[in-house]
Each structure stands twice: as structure tokens, then as C-alpha cells.
Write a protein that binds this ligand. Structure first.
Ligand SMILES: Nc1ncnc2c1ncn2[C@@H]1O[C@H](COP(=O)(O)OP(=O)(O)OP(=O)(O)O)[C@@H](O)[C@H]1O
Ligand SMILES: [Mg+2]
Length: 237
């Protein structure tokens, strides 16, 4: 089996400061890989570099192809979608208009079917399809941001802290949807500070500290690691 996404010795610097210091990881087809790490570990920077939004050194291969000279829009066209930390919705547009924008490069003819798929995954969005995105709750905003990314029919969905600012029950719902998506064949790269929630749904896990991966393995092994338990899971587990 060859990896869907293969990142090798990736380095990203802001001026003199190297925020990502030689990260290697892979996402196998049909799996959820998670990168857990504290504030400032470099998680968002890592996703931006994989998406082609920041200049980086090192290798990024998707479906076996080198993305070095492939611009961000072309990476989307090839099947990589990012749900950013700030959700980036159009507040004065309706839920449905926001979703339609996510499919813009696939052509109008596909929109009805894509909408149906997203509404099946998130019935809440269907109920609220005419509501302005700016008036949605935090959980609904995350659903909309994910729905919009899915309108492009990605093969790899990258999620930047989907649990941020959400109540535990909503986090559970969102992550349940993430595992449903995996079961439909979408591969996931899930970046999270909420290690407990992420490790519960992921197949593979990476621990990121100060720009580097310090531990990796099957999610269940990482969850059982004493150091991870103490630092990221609050001990006692
Ligand atoms: N545009 C920028 N210019 C300079 N430094 C930056 C910039 N963006 C991020 N950094 C720095 O790079 C490091 C990694 O930031 P990043 O946002 O990738 O971390 P993160 O793991 O996503 O954190 P969080 O969990 O808080 O979202 C931090 O030290 C941050 O201050
Ligand atoms: Mg971040």
C-alpha cells in the first residue's frame, strides 16, 4: 500500500524562525491520521505548507506525485481540501451559498448532488440552508466549513482544530462525522490540541512539539504512552 499523502523532512520558516523543523508523516488511503500538539507547535503552519499556501523545503507527495511546483488551487483540484482554523465563512451569505462556493471549480451541474451529500451528512445545515452563515452557532459554523470543503469532493480532507471552542457533545458529533467520512473513503489529516478526542477517532497519530514530530505510531499506542497521557490527556488514564 502506498500513502495518499507523504510529507518528507518538511521545513517552514517565518524569517529566521523555523516553525516546522523537518516534519515527516504520511496518510494512508481510507484512514485518519492526527497531529496533536500544544499552542504554537506548528500545526497550522504544517497544514498551510501542505496546501501550498506557504513556501516550504522538503517533499510533499500526493498520490505519488511531487507537489513542489503545484500551486494551491491546483492542489485543491487534485483532491486536497483544508478546513482552516478560522473557518473563513462568508457571514452575509446563506448556508447554501457558502456551500455552493465550495464546488465552484467542479461546475454548476454537479452542485445539486454535492449539496444532497453534504446535507445527508449534516442535516442541521439543510434545516438552516437559508440562514446567514454569520448567525450560525459555533458547531454549525464548523459543520458548514467542513461541508464547504466536501463540496469539492476531496480525497484528502485536512481539518485544523475542528474542536476549537466547541462543547464536548458537539465535538463528539463532529468527530463522529469525521469517522463516517473515513468510512466513505475520504482520508483525513486531523490537527488537534484536543488530544483525547483526536486519538479516539484516529488510526495513526503524531505528536508535534516545537516544530518537530517527537512521537508517532498507531493512535491506540500513542494514547497509552505514559508521557502523552501525562502531558496531553491530563494524567490518570
Ligand atoms: N505569519 C507568521 N509570522 C511569524 N511567525 C508566525 C506566523 N505564523 C505563525 N508563526 C509562529 O510559528 C509558530 C507555529 O505557529 P502555528 O500557528 O503553526 O502553531 P499551531 O500549532 O497551529 O498553534 P495553535 O494550536 O495555537 O493554533 C508559532 O511560534 C507562531 O508564533
Ligand atoms: Mg493552529
Amino acid at each position: 500500500m502506498s500513502a495518499l499523502l507523504e510529507v518528507a523532512d518538511l521545513r517552514v520558516a517565518y524569517g529566521q524562525v523555523e516553525a516546522v523543523q523537518g516534519v515527516s508523516l504520511s496518510v494512508e488511503p481510507g484512514t485518519i491520521a492526527t497531529v496533536i500538539g500544544a499552542n504554537g507547535a506548528g500545526k497550522t503552519t504544517l497544514l498551510a505548507a501542505i496546501m501550498g499556501l506557504l513556501p516550504a523545503k522538503g517533499g510533499v507527495h500526493f498520490e505519488g506525485e511531487d507537489l513542489a511546483y503545484v500551486p494551491a488551487e491546483e492542489r485543491v483540484a487534485r483532491g486536497i481540501s483544508l478546513v482552516p482554523e478560522q473557518r473563513d465563512l462568508f457571514a452575509t451569505m446563506s448556508v447554501q451559498e457558502n456551500l455552493e462556493l465550495g464546488a465552484f471549480r467542479r461546475g454548476r451541474a454537479e452542485i445539486p448532488q454535492r449539496l444532497e451529500e453534504v446535507y445527508a451528512l449534516f442535516p442541521r445545515l439543510k434545516e438552516r440552508r437559508r440562514q446567514h452563515a454569520g448567525t450560525l452557532s459555533g458547531g454549525e459554523r464548523q459543520m458548514l466549513a467542513m461541508g464547504r470543503a466536501l463540496m469539492a469532493r476531496p480525497r484528502l480532507l485536512m481539518l485544523d482544530e475542528p474542536s476549537l471552542g466547541l462543547a464536548p457533545l458537539i465535538v463528539r458529533d463532529i468527530l463522529k462525522t469525521v469517522s463516517q467520512l473515513r468510512d466513505t473513503g475520504v482520508s483525513i489529516l486531523l490537527v488537534e490540541q484536543n488530544a483525547r478526542a483526536a486519538l479516539a477517532v484516529a488510526d495513526t497519530a503524531y505528536v508535534m512539539e516545537l516544530g518537530a514530530i517527537t512521537l508517532s505510531g498507531p493512535a491506540s499506542t500513542i494514547a497509552a504512552d505514559p508521557k502523552v497521557s501525562e502531558i496531553y490527556l491530563g494524567g490518570g488514564h
